[in-house]
Design a protein around this ligand. Structure first.
Ligand SMILES: CC(C)(COP(=O)(O)OP(=O)(O)OC[C@H]1O[C@@H](n2cnc3c(N)ncnc32)[C@H](O)[C@@H]1OP(=O)(O)O)[C@@H](O)C(=O)NCCC(=O)NCCS
Length: 169
């Protein structure tokens, strides 16, 4: 298992994972990436992209990494190099998702563990990580990575929990 920059070697596996996310009704940062018309161009464009959130959230530089295991795409994480007002409330420095067919196998915890040293290398000593109050799996992941609870905020009608996570584990 490892975290890699998006790579066309995994593109078919990634395509099938996107279909799983869609069927499960799970949305996230990757929905803004558009269609995979040209795989080479697609992986290049998401490896370093501009993350936009909220009407007045502003744009920040971000990088995507893929968690792969046994030749298969498992999940992805988006590392925001800095925060904007929207990400301070919801989204934080690090977002992640595991393809539904691979849930509850420890990959969610692994992806955050792998993402933290990358955040550190980007000059982020502690990362803001958030989850919806009802997202038990994500909350457990954040807490098992040492997340220190900050507060809960209302984000467009959803209660969001905010945590600081030290990136040097
Ligand atoms: C949240 C998510 C990443 C979890 O991935 P996962 O690979 O299933 O997580 P893990 O297997 O590492 O499980 C982490 C913990 O959550 C628990 N857990 C997993 N799914 C759960 C569920 N549906 N209900 C309750 N607990 C759950 C696990 O038992 C484990 O607990 P433990 O540490 O006490 O053993 C995954 O559900 C997902 O991609 N969801 C959609 C996107 C999302 O919500 N991303 C997070 C936004 S910040």
């Amino acid at each position: 298992m490892k975290l890699i920059s998006p790579n066309t070697a995994y593109i078919e596996s990634y395509r099938s994972a996107l279909a799983e996310f869609e069927q499960s009704g799970i949305s996230g940062f990757w929905y803004s990436f558009g269609a995979i018309d040209d795989p080479e161009e697609y992986v290049r464009s998401i490896a370093h992209y501009t993350h936009r959130s909220g009407a007045n959230g502003g744009a920040v530089p971000a990088s995507v990494y893929w968690l792969v295991d046994g030749g298969e795409y498992i999940g992805h994480t988006s590392l925001r190099h800095e925060l904007n007002p929207a990400l301070e409330q919801h989204g934080g420095h690090i977002g992640y998702a595991i393809r539904p067919s691979k849930h509850r196998q420890g990959y969610g915890r692994a992806i955050l563990e792998f993402a933290l040293p990358i955040a550190q290398s980007l000059g982020i000593p502690r990362a803001l990580v958030t989850c919806a109050a009802g997202n038990t799996a994500s909350r457990r992941i954040i807490q098992s990575c040492g997340g220190e609870f900050v507060d809960e905020v209302d984000w467009q009608g959803t209660t969001v929990l905010r945590f600081w996570v030290e990136t040097s584990q």
